[in-house]
Ligand binder design. Structure first.
Ligand code: SF4
Length: 387
């Protein structure tokens, strides 16, 4: 089969992982570590070396990128000047489209006007702030190290630095949360005027402090009907404020959808750099070692920092593209799928797909296959049957 490196002529994405935070949140199972345990300057040097090395890799050097995302962890654990240098070297070494989307993640108490100014100057044009809640007792329960007031201050600073595309991350279904205080968080959020919101239900992960508490039966979460109520309220509030739900958990004002994540959901090309980052290049999935020290030492000793590589079959890549694409409320373009993989969902899934359509869990609209309003709240169950 013809290589699928550049599906439908689309440009790709670059993700840079900064695995350090001030401390570990109680719910967190991401590849992140308290910064004081690590040589974070040594990590940055290794990262710079990998950025330069991958830019001349035969799979990469011809590729055009349209997004750069520096995530974590908490990237702004580094001074703005260092992060700015990282952005500038990516812009210099890789081929980018004319106006790439450049996002940086941050947390409310790990940000200063100086850092924001440096990021802006280097070309960052989108900021993603981990607010999670505007209720102090809940933030404390989550192990967050900032207050609601610091959240508001961070948003104001970002505006002052000239960021006009701000995402706020929020969570619901938290221990001690009820519909009333979730409503207050939504009201405060909307009053700050964000362009984009990523709103996730708390998932209790085994390898997190909450996972340990849950295993000992010591974590009390809101009841299922409360969660459903919170979800309805979210949709109602955001729709009436002019947001479009364009993915299961992501809402944007028109024109502010996150291009970087859309590329993932369309299963485009992505280059991951840094500890634990994953690349999707052609049909290859290449993952980095998780441990930041191991990553730093491998690179310092001129060894590849990879943990594994997998070559996906055409069918596996097709299924992955269907599942990821259905996360977007617009669904998947079936003609695009056919041209990329030579497969169509109805031929491939046959009776399973028909059954979902008959039960009003999937629908075909024009050329697109998508989840229905009825299946959005149970999307993960539907998607798991298409794996
Ligand atoms: S700030 Fe984010 S990445 Fe860091 S520990 Fe908390 S949830 Fe994890």
């Amino acid at each position: 089969m013809k290589p699928d490196l550049d599906p439908a002529g689309r440009s790709g994405s670059i993700y840079i992982h900064i695995p350090f935070c001030q401390s570990k949140c109680a719910y967190c199972a991401f590849n992140s570590y308290p910064a004081h345990h690590f040589d974070i300057n040594g990590y940055l040097k290794a990262l710079e070396k990998e950025i330069a090395a991958m830019a001349v890799h035969p799979l990469i050097r011809q590729k055009k990128f349209s997004t750069l995302f520096i995530g974590g962890g908490t990237p702004t654990i580094y001074p703005g000047k260092q992060l700015g240098r990282l952005i500038l070297s990516c812009l210099k070494l890789y081929h980018f489209t004319e106006r790439p989307e450049i996002s940086v993640e941050t947390n409310p108490n790990q940000i200063s006007l100086e850092t924001l100014n440096s990021l802006k100057k280097a070309g960052a044009n989108r900021l993603s702030i981990g607010i999670q809640s505007f209720a102090d007792p809940l933030l404390k329960r989550l192990g967050r190290t900032h207050t609601a007031g610091e959240g508001l201050k961070a948003i104001a600073l970002a505006r002052k630095a000239g960021f006009d595309n701000i995402n706020l991350d929020l969570m619901y279904g938290l221990p001690g949360q009820n519909v009333r205080n979730w409503q207050q968080t939504l009201e405060t959020t909307l009053a700050t005027g964000p362009e984009h919101l990523a709103i996730y239900e708390l998932m209790v992960e085994k390898n997190s402090a909450f996972g340990t508490l849950a295993a000992a039966n010591k974590l009390e979460l809101p009841q299922e009907d409360t969660i459903v109520h919170m979800e309805k309220l979210t949709l109602q509030f955001l729709q009436s404020a002019g947001f479009i739900r364009y993915e299961i958990a992501n809402y944007a004002r028109p024109g502010y959808e996150c291009e970087h994540n859309i590329n993932y959901w369309k299963n485009g090309t992505y280059l991951g750099l840094g500890a634990g980052a994953v690349s999707g290049l052609n049909n290859m999935r290449i993952s980095h070692v998780l441990d930041p020290d191991q990553y730093r030492l491998l690179i310092t000793n001129d060894k590849p920092p990879f943990a594994g590589a997998e070559c996906l079959s055409r069918e596996a890549r097709f299924r992955e593209t269907v599942i990821m694409g259905l996360r977007m409320t617009g669904g998947i373009d079936m003609a695009d799928l056919e041209s990329r993989f030579g497969l169509s969902p109805s031929d491939y899934y046959g009776p399973i797909l028909k059954n979902f359509i008959d039960r009003d869990l999937l629908e075909i609209s024009g050329d697109h296959l998508r989840l229905t309003e009825r299946s959005l709240p149970v999307a993960n169950q539907v998607l798991s049957e298409l794996v």
